[in-house]
Design a protein around this ligand. Sequence first.
Ligand code: NAI
Length: 734
Amino acid sequence: MSTVETGALPTAVMPTSRALTCSIDERGIAWVILDVVGEAQNTLNPRFSGELEDVLSRLEKDGSIKAAVLASGKPDSFLAGADVTMLKGLRNAKEAEELSRSGQRVFDRLEGLPIPVVAAIQGACLGGGLELALACRARVAAEDPKTVLGVPEVQLGLICGAGGTQRLPRLIGIGRALELLLTGKHVKPRKAQSIGLVDETCPPSILREVAARKALSLAAGAGPGTRARRRLRPSARSKLAEMALEDNPLGRTILFKKAKKNVLKKTRGHYPAPLRTLEAVRVGIEKGAQAGYAAEARLFGESVVDPVAKNLIGLFFAQTALKKDSGVDDLNVVPLPVKKVGVLGGGLMGGGIAYASAAVAKIPVRIKEVDDAGVARGLLHVQGLLDQRVKRRSITPLEAQDMMALVSGTTDFSGFHGVDLVIEAVFEDLELKHRLLKDVEAVATAGCVYASNTSTIPISKIAEASSRPEMACGMHFFSPVHKMPLLEVIVTPQTAPWVTATAVALGKKLGKTVIVVNDGPGFYTSRILGPYMNEATFLLAEGVPIEVIDKALMAWGFPVGPLTLLDEVGIDVAFKAGKVMQSAFAARMTTPPVIARLAEDGRAGRKNQKGFYLYGGKEKRPDESVYGVVGVVPTKRPPPAEDIAERVALQMINEAARCLGEGILRSPRDGDIGAIFGLGFPPFRGGPFRWLDSEGIREVVARLDRLAQAHGPRYEAAPILRDYARSGKEFYPT
Ligand code: NAI
């Protein structure tokens, strides 16, 4: 293979600072290799685009080049999308539109090259990366677990800006393209091939050779790539009805209408990016490519400056920062490698934690239960979750077997000598938790970290029984563990920094987004959830109907309403937790009479089919007998939904601010992540702290003052909010 220069660079070997290199082999294939030096992932940035233009000039002019292969120099990343930080520098929609236009122009040049270019895809091929691959004549993907293709822009509140809304529908059909564009979901190579997104798949070891042969055969005129073939082989598309819809104007109108209806149903109108995407696709299909590209650029520009995108991008950066955060400020602190985990209690939470250890972190896990039946329950919990994955084909039966082999159980503490970290998930009973802590310390090595999954008991109280309290912390998982993305690590003043770092590192291995909070009643998430759920029941006591309260909060953006959530969590559990909060925060969190009366009435919620709602029927309906138990007649003229939602949400937000002010939270970032990933706070609002900034803290304090006058001191604004309102400070200063 002879190496030639790209663009104006006369050197035989490209300097390492470039992201793109180009060399030509003896077959006349130009090898264009993407490799952003010093970065784990290849990402698109304006410099990259300049380099690509240099390469394109070369490919346009050099008559010795017959075909080209575009591949990555990194095994795990083809091109993971545009560098999102680049968007921060854009001042208005026009600038963003121009950025999109320039990206479109470069990819257009690539598409229009006289020679065929084949993308050899291994690793993440996402967003702008997939848009680049779509501009190639054909695509070959390596069958490698790290290879995924998709356009996740919509998850950041954006739309594709480099031709994705135009090329994708033309390549794979409108219905399938919308499925990818509107959800941002990834597809693996085989699936990508079955929907026509890639032409071929092959083992990673022969990827480049397969791509080279494909490129040469295209150069020899062996037929078009997938783009044109889709029309020639309609039978490759499985849904005939969908095809019929797409192929005529009336059918397409129906298809777009249906898609819009689905988007609005899913997003309740809170997320504009899917609607903008739909519009760009529709214009391209109905009015032609030129109009489509123009619409895409304009709508991309609008989406970049949309407050929803700002919040979602903020969330993305927060997650990225948390991935790198060890959980302690001292950068010299090193976490202990956890090679074996012990779990006390194989119930709902313990079973879920054991599953995550074996199936996600791939770490051996030992469950300790009271009796054989308890052990069996824990093991079955893990097996059940693995079976579901095998059924969904996300793992093979053999992989499931290997994962299950990592889980073992005991009714004594045998096997606990070798564990590096124990997570206790037994009943919420301090005496029991004390006993188990002592038992573990008697058998485990002195270096074993002890974490409790308690939802309400302060960790320092649990650690009182410990002979080495510096080893104790909280690891508060959420239910169901295998689905919920958040882990709250709780530290006491005595917790050693390396213990915190160890819990955080393990949490990440378990697939969680981890925040570290200081100890205190309810920690962060349970503490802010308390007044939120309480307020919903105060509204009920005022006569606001059950479903009106729930619908109002869902319209505000929560995935379920607070009374439905109370039924799910368990009214009995909330009643118990409420007592803890009441003893800690007195009047501000006095258990509302509604919760006390319903708990006394034996209503535990969904688990005993008796709560705010009726269970067993086809449709979910409020249980009208609740009003009698509470002693209230539901009003026919409830307050506006927005007022209801804000009263309830403000309780959560105000308490979050108190948590920051009191040092429970390390940062507003953690507060936003905790509320969104742990409690379903609407992501498009950015979290409690971003919401406060966007509403204006002064304005929110004034609202709280008005509510305090009308409903009592539980609305007293958090001191930190008064302070920020006075000084004009923001939680995320720009
Ligand atoms: P669970 O009742 O499903 O499981 C508790 C398990 O502990 C039972 O299987 C029981 O047999 C076992 N157990 C009791 N005594 C034991 C002993 N001496 N040795 C070994 N195992 C023993 O309870 P769940 O829901 O899993 O809760 C466990 C802990 O997690 C509690 O502290 C709870 O507050 C906390 N938590 C619960 C959440 C939830 O949504 N259920 C969420 C977050 C935390």
